[in-house]
Design a protein around this ligand. Structure first.
Ligand code: TGC
Ligand code: FAD
Length: 392
């Protein structure tokens, strides 16, 4: 009985262009047909659905807000956000795959790469022929990437030598190229490292209880030698390089989390209307109605926040702290909506037959990655007080 219509309490769809509506509907149909029937088994078996990579490329899902010149769709940022929403309605792992490819790999090539790097990599990444990953986090440096130990040293013959270890890297073991951030004598710099380069390995991290339908890996770089012209991203030096990419990805997450929330809300509403206890639907009780009313209210507020942020991004006037607010709020409310939905389903809420526990577990990662909830709180705190509370 579950509806396939978007939950749209405040007329969000009326604010969209025809192209944005089409993108959302195409992605929703793709998820209904190709993701929902298989995703629970993927999660149970800790498998990423690799067979969907090329079809998503054919639909233009990768780097969709980058220019058509490089084989991308050239969509608005709102359309990019809606795509994330619909994909994460299927599973956060699928949205993660597209986020990493688009915002964390294609974006730095586009924003910081040479013309030759853009022409070589972007069209192949847009189709899904080439898969990328983004290596910033290290075992001892998560929230504080400025402390990273990965080091790149000039060899003097147009080559660089890179040593270090990255951890928790989405797509790592299935990637053809890794964007690796490393300290150099000049500051932090980004390198495009083909994953078949001698000295590079990417062992998969198994045993997660969250994002099970997503590949997460370590990246180990032992005396990896790369060519400066092919590998170094010349357009940026310093932590602002990777943080600029994170701003793009966090924006997509602000939308994506709402898709997961919508799936949990709709499942709980449907269940509450059909589950009879004490001779009436549990939806007839004030307690369950309160939960459902709060869920749809938070979902709707999140949609309007994401939409306004998207329009600011399209106008080029948004700030990283505004992105932090949307990522922080929407990941948090999605996590709370999933948890409340779980209670409405009673014991059925823990079963894989319903999508809720999978989304609930996924959202624990989303609450933590791309900057934890706490870090985004502190980023907003810094913006409004002028005082960075991260460090003494
Ligand atoms: P700070 O001194 O504040 O900043 C250094 C330079 O960067 C600039 N900057 C930004 N630029 C663009 N976008 C942003 N969001 C930016 N934030 C800061 C800043 O203006 C400065 O520029 P300049 O020119 O003065 O050099 O740096 P800090 O070391 O004090 O750190 C600030 C802090 C804590 C906010 C930052 O370290 C942070 O955001 N930490 C969280 C780390 C994080 O989010 N990691 C995510 C790893 S990737 C990931 O999780 C992928 S999940 C993928 C998936 O599966 O979807
Ligand atoms: P820590 O930084 O050790 O934080 C632990 C706790 O301390 C948190 O609650 C945090 O909020 C708190 N804390 C830290 N500093 C402060 C402070 N100054 N004040 C108050 N509280 C503080 N990274 C990548 O580079 N690429 C990827 O593709 C990627 N994919 C990921 C996929 C998954 C499934 C997961 C779980 C993570 C991924 N990450 C990736 C890593 C992710 O970005 C980090 O886990 C995240 O930034 C937090 O770092 P940490 O886990 O080391 O936690």
């Amino acid at each position: 009985n579950l509806t396939t219509e978007m939950t749209d309490y405040m007329g969000l769809q009326g604010l969209l262009t025809d192209e944005e509506k089409l993108v959302r509907e195409t992605a929703r149909q793709f998820v209904n047909e190709h993701v929902l029937p298989i995703i629970e088994e993927c999660a149970q078996t800790e498998t990423f659905p690799e067979h969907l990579i090329r079809p998503m490329g054919e639909l233009g899902f990768y780097g969709s807000n980058l220019p058509e010149k490089y084989g991308c769709a050239g969509l608005s940022n709102v359309a990019y956000g809606l795509l994330n929403y619909e994909l994460e309605r299927g599973d956060s792992g699928l949205r993660s795959f597209v986020s990493v490819q688009s915002s964390l790999v294609m974006y730095p090539v586009y924003a910081y790469g040479t013309e030759a790097q853009k022409e070589y990599w972007l069209p192949k990444m847009a189709t899904g022929e080439v898969i990328g990953c983004f290596g910033l986090t290290e075992p001892d440096f998560g929230s504080n990437p400025a402390g990273m130990r990965t080091r790149a040293v000039r060899e003097g013959n147009g080559k660089w030598r890179i040593n270090g270890t990255k951890m928790w890297i989405t797509n790592g073991s299935i990637a053809h190229v890794a964007v690796v951030w490393a300290k150099t004598d000049e500051g932090i710099r980004g390198f495009l490292v083909p994953t078949d380069t001698p000295g590079f390995s990417a062992p998969q991290m198994k045993g997660k209880w969250s994002l099970r339908a997503s590949v997460t890996s370590e990246l180990v770089l032992e005396d990896v030698i790369v060519d400066e012209e092919e590998s170094l991203l010349p357009g940026v030096v310093g932590l602002k390089g990777p943080l600029g990419c994170l701003t793009q990805a966090r924006y997509g997450i602000a939308w994506g989390t709402l898709g997961a929330a919508e799936m949990c809300y709709q499942t709980a509403l449907d269940y509450a209307l059909n589950r009879i206890q004490f001779d009436r639907p549990i939806a007839a009780t004030q307690l369950q109605q309160k939960k459902l009313a709060e869920m749809v209210t938070e979902l709707t507020k999140g949609q309007l926040l994401a939409y306004q942020l998207g329009r600011l991004k399209d106008a080029g006037t948004y700030t990283p702290a505004q992105v932090s607010m949307a990522k922080m709020n929407n990941a948090n409310i999605a996590r709370e909506i999933a948890s409340a939905a779980r209670t409405i389903l009673g014991a059925n809420g823990i079963m894989g037959e319903y999508p809720i526990m999978r989304h609930m577990a996924n959202l624990e990662s989303i609450y933590t990655y791309e900057g934890t909830h706490d870090m985004h709180t502190l980023i907003i705190g810094q913006e409004i007080t002028g005082i960075p509370a991260f460090r003494s």
